[in-house]
Design a binder for this molecule. Sequence first.
Ligand code: PXG
Length: 464
Amino acid sequence: MRQITNHLPTAELQALDAAHHMHPFTTNDALGKKGARVITRADGVMLTDSEGNEIIDGMAGLWCVNVGYGRQELADVAARQIMELPYYNTFFQTTHVPAIALAARIAELAPGDLNHVFFASSGSEANDTNIRMVRHYWALKGQPERSVIIGRKNGYHGSTMGSASLGGMAAMHAQGGLPIPGIVHIGQPHWYLEGGEMTPEEFGLMRARELEQAILEIGPEKVAAFIGEPVQGAGGVIIPPSTYWPEIQRIVDKYGILLIADEVITGFGRTGNWFGSQTMGIKPHIMTIAKGLSSGYAPIGGSVVCDEVAAVIGADEFNHGYTYSGHPVAAAIALENLRIMEEEGVVEHVRDVAHPYLAQKWHALAEHPLVGETRLIGLMGSLALTPDKSRRVPFAAEAGTAGFITRERCFANNVIMRHVYDRMIIAPSLVITPDEIDILIARATRALDEAYVQIKAEGLLKAA
Ligand code: PXG
């Protein structure tokens, strides 16, 4: 067998990648011609690529490496668990210690009576579980017609048929026959681009009340649940106005529908509390978790379910589950990750050190000629690129053109920031230090400077 290792020249790795590896959310032909960046190792918040570049990771992988790269404890736990029990299922009246211990620990950390965990291997799978669970819940309560789930435009809940249907990404719905039946989308609380002349508070209320309108149009007796991310992540780190979630909570309470908080990004410290629901002051019946649960060291996710829903579901056989539900190695890694987070005070570090320090630096970027607004909650932030600092307007060029140029300048300056259309976003590891934040901001500033010059030179600095 041919050995493919880090020691092959970059061009050879890229050619093999182009020949055999299909990338997610990518035009593979174009990437194949250009060559993907090959990441070879990582430590703390720094990545190394096959050319020896040291890149500061402003995205914690894909919003997940909360405790940073290179944690020996997580490697040791994985090795131990593999030798003790690498796999066993949790289907046929069996269980194992890693699944028991992790479920119990999550129940301790989760707010209120969210005391029960149904495991999956990803956020997408967990949200598919949620669709079936909430519909089955209402069927068991004698209301099978209560099956509609309301989500939001530009929400992101995953990439499977079910989870992508819950999400409101137009580009995803355009492919593969989505959404599945029985899912309805309301507007998002994106004040900067959609708020017009309203104050953020007025706009937040208006968008939340779209939920009530939708419930009344569909018929309250047909609505099973509402799902939302406490703070939209993939949609561009859209932090809702302060009026939004309290009004959503009032409406779900009034009509007695289930509230699903998708905490895949906001869970496990990202917003400065263990869960984004705590930061937003909401009381979900179900939380979706993944990513930071294991800091990305193993694929694991799940649905954290309140006592009442678990009791109703528990009275019948729920015909649902995954081979890897509660996978012992993934569960052991997640448990150790949660131990590290607690013992090192990672959530407190976000709240008391990293957020206040980053906030100063991040909001100072609002002075930059290319930046229209800066937003930050905990360690998830975004900035709007703008063609005109005096107004909240999009670029005349196709949405995402300026964002793509800026992301390329980030790559060139060895800093990873994502772009979502023309918003730049960051979500660094939660253990990032003030010194590392300085590096992140210095490189981001250089990237913005260079992007500004290029956008101007290409005649793209025009408002729509
Ligand atoms: N819910 C939320 C809120 C997410 O952010 C998922 C569910 C799906 O999780 P899995 O583990 O199935 O991917 C996510 C995932 C991006 C990006 O570009 C974001 C995600 C995934 C891929 C890319 O920001 N979030």
